[in-house]
Write a protein that binds this ligand. Structure first.
Ligand SMILES: [Zn+2]
Length: 1010
C-alpha cells in the first residue's frame, strides 16, 4: 500500500505544477466533469429546490402541490416522486431553443416496476417526441418514432442514466451506469423541425410524468438532472459517472482532452501547398533585452516547377517567460512547418540598447453622425443597411422600463404599470442582471447619433435615452442617503451586511433580495445590491449559489460605458454624474485593497471578469481631466496578464503569450483598456501589451471568420486554446467557437491600434471580421443574433433575442455592433491633413473639419471597384487601403486618367493633391480565389473570394470535412459561378458568402490541390 500512498501525494503536486497557470485563472466549477459550461443547457440538482444551476436560469416548476425532498445517504438531499398521477416537473420550453444535439444525464433511484413509469417526456402539440420510460422490466427511449430498449434500471439502487442524441453522427445512444445499452445509427435528428425554431409554443417538457401519454408517474428519487446541447462522448459519460462512484476530483477530468476529436490526418503527410514546397528562407529578427522577438508567422518559400505559392506558415516555439532574452547576444530558434521536414530558422539578435519606438496617436475616428451608409451603386440595399435596419426598427419598439426593471427592483421601488422584466441574463435571479441595460444605453446613443436625418427615429432614441438616465439618476441619488428613519451609510467601505442575514450574499430572489439602499454608500448604482462587489473582494467564485457571484465589474463596465456614450452624443450631464458617483464608490473600495487581492480578483475565472473597466475609467479621466480616475483605472491592471508578475518581469508587455488557455472575452476587453490607458497616460508598457496581444491573437488563435475563441483543450468553447498555433489540435470545440462578443471586442481593439500605427494589416483583419463574422452573425429577417458561430463540418448558426427581450453577452454587443457599422470606414489624421479610406462600403462622409464631403459609390463586394467623389476642395492626402488579398493589382484613376502608382498588397497608398470639387477617384482591385488554411492542419482551409468567405451550403449535418479538389496553379479553374452574385459551384456544390448563409454550412473544407 505504501508506494500507492506516496504516489497519490505526488500526483496532485505534479498536476498543480503543470496546470498552475490555468488553474489559477480558471478556478470555478465551470468545466464540470470535463465538459465546458457552454455545452450545458440546464442542471437541476434537486437538493431542496428546483433551480437550474447553470447560468441560463431555466428553473423547473412542480405541478401538483409541493415538491417533496428527502434526505439521502449518497446525495444528501434529493427529489422524491411518489407515484402519484398528479405529480410532474415541468421545464421551460426554452430548454430546446437553438439546439442541434442533446444529451440528458440523470441519477435515478427506482422504487418499483409494477407499472409504466415516465422518466422524462418532451413533446409538442399533445404529441410525445422524445421520452424515456420503464415498463415491465424494460427501459425505453423513444425519439421521433425511433425506439431503443434495454433492461430497466435496478430497483432500490442509484443508477446513472444517459441518453445522447448526436445530430452530426445521426446516432441515438442509451447508457446506464456507464454501459451502452442500445444504439441506433442513421437517425435524422432535427429539433427545429420537431419543436419549432422560432416559437416553442405548445411544447411540454416534463420530468417524472407524461403530459401526453396515459398517466405514468415515476416512483423513485431523482438527483442531478442535466441537459446538454452537445453530444456527450463516452469519456465524458464515464467522467460524470466515475466522479460520483469513485469520487474522482471533478477538475481532474479537465486534464485530458475531451473525446470529441476531429478527423485525424497523418502527422507527417504534407498538405496543400506544402506538398510542393522545396525550401524556405531563414529570417533575421532583432529585439531588445527582456523582450521576446516578434517572429513572422509567414515566410518566403520556394515551390516546385516554378509554382507561385503563398508565403509559408511557420509555427515557432512559444515560451512562457522571457528567459531566452535576458542578455544581449545572438541565438537561433527552429520553427516547424506542419507536415514537412523543413526546419525554418530565425536568427535573433538581442540588443541591449535598442530603442523601441512606440507610436503616438495619429488618427481619430469620425463621430457616427458624420458617416452614413448608402445603398449600393445599383440603388440596392446592402447587407450593412439590412442588418442595421433590423436593429434600429426593433430598438425603437423596446420599452425602456424593461431595461430599468431590475434597477428599480434592487432599490425596492414600484414598477410602472405594464413594465415587464427582461429574461435570460437579466431575469430576477440572475447575478448579471443590468448588463443588457448598459449595452442598451450604448446602442441608444449610437442609434441617436446615426439617425439625425430621420426626425422620428432620432426623437424616439433621444426620449428613451433621457428617460433611462433620469430614472437611473434618481435611483443613484437614493444610495447612501438617509431613509425615512434618518438611517444611512454613506461610506462605501462601511456597507453593512443586509438585514436579517449573517453575511454578504448574492440572493436576488423576490423573497431574498436586500433593498436597504440607504446603507449602500453614496453614488452606488447597479441592478443588484453591493454584495457581489464585496464578496469578490473576499474571494467569492463564479457560480449560481448565494455565496457565489457572476461578474459584478463586467456588468458595471457595460453600465458606465453606456452612460459615458450617452453623455458624449447628447451632453446629458446627469449621465456623467451617475458615472462619476459610481466610479468614486469603486475607487474607495478598490483603493483600500492590497495589490495581491486585486491580482487574485482579476485572475478569478469569470467572477473577476471586468469587461473594459480600465478603458471606461481612462476615458472618464480624459473627459473629466481628473487624474484620480486614471488611478482608478490602473487598479484594474491585470498584472499577471500584462506584466507577468508584480515585478513586471515579462507578460504581454515583453511579448510573452500570457493568455493561452484563458477565457477570451474576459481578457480581450482588458487589452482594449490597455490601449486606452496608453492614450491617456502615455505609459509605453500599455501600448506594448495591446500591440503584442493583437499580433498573437490574430496569428495564433484566429479562425477564418476572424473569431479567436473555441477551445477543445481546455474544454471550454469560450477559451483560447491551451497552446498557441494549435487550432486543429486544441480548437474547434464541439460546444461552439467564435463567441461573437469576443470579435466585437477584437474589432474595437483593432481600430484603436490603427489610430496609433497605420498598418494595413489592422484594417485587413477589420474587414475580414466585419464581413465574415459580424455581418454573418445576424438572422435573415430579425435582429436575432449568434452567440458562438460554429465552424465544424455541416454546422448551423443559431440566432437568439429576436425581440430584444432577453440578452446574453453576445446579444448585448450585437445591439452595439449593428448601430455603428459605419464607424471604421474612414478615419482622419488629428491635424486634418489626411484621410484614411479603410473599407469599401457605399457611404457618405461629412468631413466637417475640412468642409469636405466624400461620397463612396460602389457595389463592393459584388464588384471589385469603388469610386470616391470629392465635394469641396483643399490640399490633403487621401490614403486608400490596398488590401492584402489584392494580389492581382490595384488600379487608380483620378478623373478618368490612370495614375502611375506602386501599390503593394497589404499597404496604404497615399494620393495627395489639391482636390477640386467634383474630383473622382476610381479604385479597382481584382478579386481572386485564395485559401486560408488552419495553421496546424493545412489541408483544412477556408475558401475566400477577395475579402469574402465562401461557405459550402450543406444539405444535412455531417461529421467529416467536405472534400474538394482544386487546381494548384489557379484555384479559379475549378470553380464556376458569378462574381456579381458571389455564388459559385465546385463539383456541383453550392458556395455562398458566409454572411448570406442561414442553413447548414461548411466554412472549412478538406482541400486537395492537383
Ligand atoms: Zn458573448
Amino acid at each position: 500500500m505504501r508506494p500507492i500512498k506516496v504516489f497519490s501525494k505526488i500526483l496532485p503536486v505534479l498536476i498543480i505544477m503543470c496546470f498552475s497557470h490555468m488553474v489559477k485563472a480558471q478556478s470555478g466549477d465551470q468545466i464540470l466533469d470535463g465538459i465546458g459550461e457552454t455545452g450545458m443547457v440546464s442542471r437541476y440538482i434537486f437538493n431542496g429546490d428546483l433551480k437550474d444551476w447553470s447560468r441560463n436560469n431555466l428553473h423547473a416548476t412542480y405541478q401538483g402541490g409541493q415538491p417533496k425532498f428527502v434526505t439521502d445517504s449518497k446525495f444528501t438531499k434529493v427529489l422524491s416522486f411518489e407515484n402519484k398521477n398528479s405529480e410532474s416537473l415541468s421545464l421551460p420550453s426554452d430548454v430546446l431553443l437553438n439546439i442541434e444535439s442533446l444529451s440528458i444525464s440523470a441519477w435515478i433511484f427506482s422504487k418499483s416496476d409494477s407499472k409504466a413509469q415516465t422518466i422524462f417526456d418532451f413533446g409538442k402539440n399533445k404529441k410525445s417526441l422524445f421520452s424515456a420510460y420503464q415498463e415491465k422490466g424494460k427501459l425505453y427511449v423513444s425519439f421521433a418514432g425511433i425506439n431503443l430498449e434495454g433492461a430497466s434500471l435496478p430497483l432500490n439502487k442509484w443508477s446513472h442514466l444517459v441518453v445522447v442524441l448526436d445530430a452530426p453522427a445521426k446516432t441515438i445512444s442509451l447508457y446506464a451506469d456507464n454501459k451502452l445499452l442500445a444504439e441506433k445509427t442513421g437517425s435524422t435528428i432535427d429539433f427545429a423541425k420537431l419543436f419549432g425554431s422560432v416559437s416553442l409554443e405548445g411544447s411540454t417538457l416534463w420530468i417524472g410524468n407524461s403530459a401526453l401519454k396515459k398517466e405514468t408517474p415515476l416512483h423513485g428519487l431523482l438527483h442531478d438532472f442535466r441537459i446538454y446541447r452537445v453530444p456527450l462522448s463516452k469519456r465524458q459519460i464515464a467522467g460524470i459517472y466515475n466522479n460520483v462512484v469513485k469520487g474522482v476530483r471533478q477538475d481532474q477530468s479537465r486534464m485530458g482532452k475531451v473525446e470529441d476529436n476531429l478527423p485525424e490526418f497523418p502527422i507527417t503527410q504534407t498538405q496543400l501547398y506544402n506538398s510542393y514546397l522545396m525550401k524556405v528562407s531563414d529570417v533575421q529578427v532583432e529585439t531588445q533585452v527582456g523582450e521576446l522577438p516578434r517572429l513572422p508567422s509567414f515566410i518566403q518559400g520556394e515551390y516546385k516547377d516554378n509554382m507561385v505559392g503563398p508565403k509559408v506558415r511557420v509555427i515557432w516555439p512559444a515560451p512562457i517567460d522571457n528567459a531566452e532574452v535576458l542578455k544581449a547576444g545572438q541565438y537561433t530558434i527552429n520553427g516547424k512547418i506542419p507536415g514537412s521536414s523543413l526546419i525554418p530558422k530565425a536568427i535573433v539578435t538581442v540588443k541591449s540598447n535598442a530603442n523601441s519606438k512606440v507610436p503616438a496617436v495619429q488618427l481619430t475616428a469620425f463621430p457616427l453622425e458624420q458617416v452614413s451608409l448608402n445603398t449600393d451603386a445599383n440603388n440596392q440595399q446592402t447587407k450593412f443597411i439590412e442588418n442595421r435596419d433590423k436593429f434600429l426598427g426593433t430598438l425603437a419598439n423596446t420599452d425602456p422600463n424593461s431595461f430599468l426593471y431590475m434597477f428599480r427592483n434592487a432599490f425596492g421601488q414600484s414598477q410602472p404599470a405594464d413594465a415587464k422584466p427582461l429574461g435570460v441574463w437579466d431575469s430576477q435571479d440572475t447575478k448579471l442582471r443590468g448588463h443588457a441595460t448598459g449595452h442598451y444605453l450604448t446602442a441608444l446613443a449610437q442609434a441617436y447619433a446615426s439617425t439625425k436625418p430621420d426626425k422620428t427615429l432620432h426623437k424616439n432614441f433621444a426620449q428613451k435615452m433621457s428617460y433611462m438616465v433620469d430614472v437611473l439618476y434618481d435611483l443613484a441619488q437614493l444610495s447612501g442617503k438617509p431613509n425615512n428613519n434618518g438611517e444611512s451609510v454613506a461610506d462605501p467601505l462601511k456597507v453593512p451586511v443586509g438585514p436579517y442575514r449573517e453575511g454578504y450574499d448574492s440572493d436576488l430572489s423576490v423573497e431574498g433580495i436586500r433593498t436597504d439602499y440607504w446603507n449602500w454608500g453614496k453614488g452606488f448604482i447597479s441592478a443588484y445590491p453591493p454584495d457581489q462587489f464585496i464578496m469578490l473582494e473576499k474571494g467569492a467564485k463564479y457560480g449560481g449559489q448565494k455565496n457565489q457571484v457572476w461578474a459584478p465589474y463586467y456588468t458595471l463596465h457595460k453600465i458606465l460605458a453606456g452612460l459615458l456614450d450617452v453623455y458624449e452624443v447628447s451632453g446629458n450631464k446627469k449621465a456623467l454624474d451617475i458615472a462619476i458617483g459610481m466610479t468614486d464608490w469603486v475607487h474607495v473600495r478598490l483603493n483600500a485593497l492590497p495589490k495581491e487581492t486585486l491580482i487574485s480578483m482579476w485572475n478569478t475565472y469569470i467572477a473577476g471578469e471586468f469587461g473594459g473597466m480600465n478603458e471606461t475609467l481612462a476615458h472618464l479621466a480624459a473627459i473629466t481631466k481628473d487624474s484620480k480616475y486614471l488611478k482608478t483605472a490602473q487598479l484594474f491592471d491585470n498584472i499577471d496578464l500584462f506584466f507577468g508578475n508584480a515585478d513586471h518581469a515579462h507578460g504581454l508587455a515583453k511579448n510573452v503569450d500570457s493568455f493561452r488557455g484563458l477565457h477570451s472575452n474576459q481578457h480581450i476587453p482588458q487589452i482594449v483598456g490597455s490601449i486606452e490607458m496608453y492614450r491617456v497616460s502615455n505609459l509605453e508598457e500599455y501600448y506594448k501589451v495591446a500591440d503584442n496581444f493583437w499580433y498573437k491573437a490574430v496569428n495564433d488563435y484566429m479562425y477564418s471568420i476572424g473569431g479567436v475563441a473555441g477551445a477543445r483543450n481546455p474544454a471550454n468553447a469560450e477559451c483560447f486554446t491551451k497552446e498557441p498555433s494549435t487550432l486543429y489540435e486544441n480548437g474547434f470545440s464541439a460546444g461552439g467557437q467564435n463567441e461573437t462578443c469576443a470579435t466585437y471586442n477584437m474589432l474595437k481593439l483593432t481600430s484603436n491600434l490603427f489610430m496609433f500605427d497605420q498598418k494595413a494589416e489592422y484594417m485587413d483583419y477589420y474587414e475580414r471580421a466585419l464581413y465574415n463574422h459580424i455581418l454573418a452573425s445576424v438572422d435573415e429577417n430579425t435582429p436575432a443574433n449568434t452567440y458562438h458561430v460554429p465552424l465544424r463540418p455541416g454546422s448551423i448558426k443559431q440566432f437568439g433575442n429576436p425581440n430584444m427581450t432577453g440578452f446574453t453577452c453576445c446579444n448585448g454587443t450585437a445591439i452595439e455592433s449593428n448601430t455603428k457599422l459605419q464607424n471604421a470606414i474612414y478615419h482622419r489624421s488629428t491635424d486634418n491633413k489626411s484621410l484614411y479610406v479603410n473599407l469599401y462600403i457605399p457611404s457618405t462622409l461629412d468631413w466637417k473639419e475640412r468642409n469636405v464631403i466624400i461620397e463612396q459609390i460602389t457595389n463592393f463586394p459584388k464588384e471589385d471597384q469603388t469610386r470616391l467623389v470629392v465635394k469641396g476642395e483643399g490640399n490633403f492626402t487621401i490614403n486608400v487601403r490596398v488590401p492584402q488579398w489584392a494580389k492581382k493589382g490595384f488600379v487608380v484613376k483620378i478623373n478618368g486618367k490612370q495614375e502611375l502608382v506602386k501599390a503593394e498588397a497589404g499597404s496604404y497608398l497615399a494620393l495627395q493633391k489639391n482636390w477640386k470639387n467634383g474630383d473622382m477617384i476610381e479604385l479597382q482591385m481584382p478579386f481572386d480565389f485564395h485559401l486560408d488554411p488552419v495553421m496546424d492542419q493545412q489541408n483544412i482551409a477556408s475558401l475566400f473570394y477577395g475579402p469574402i468567405l465562401l461557405a459550402a451550403q450543406e444539405p444535412e449535418a455531417r461529421v467529416d470535412w467536405r472534400k474538394v479538389t482544386l487546381n494548384a496553379k489557379d484555384l479559379g479553374k475549378t470553380i464556376q459561378g458569378d462574381p456579381k452574385t458571389l455564388e459559385f459551384q465546385i463539383d456541383g456544390v453550392q458556395f455562398k458568402p458566409f454572411y448570406d448563409t442561414y442553413g447548414r454550412h461548411s466554412v472549412y473544407l478538406d482541400v486537395t490541390l492537383k
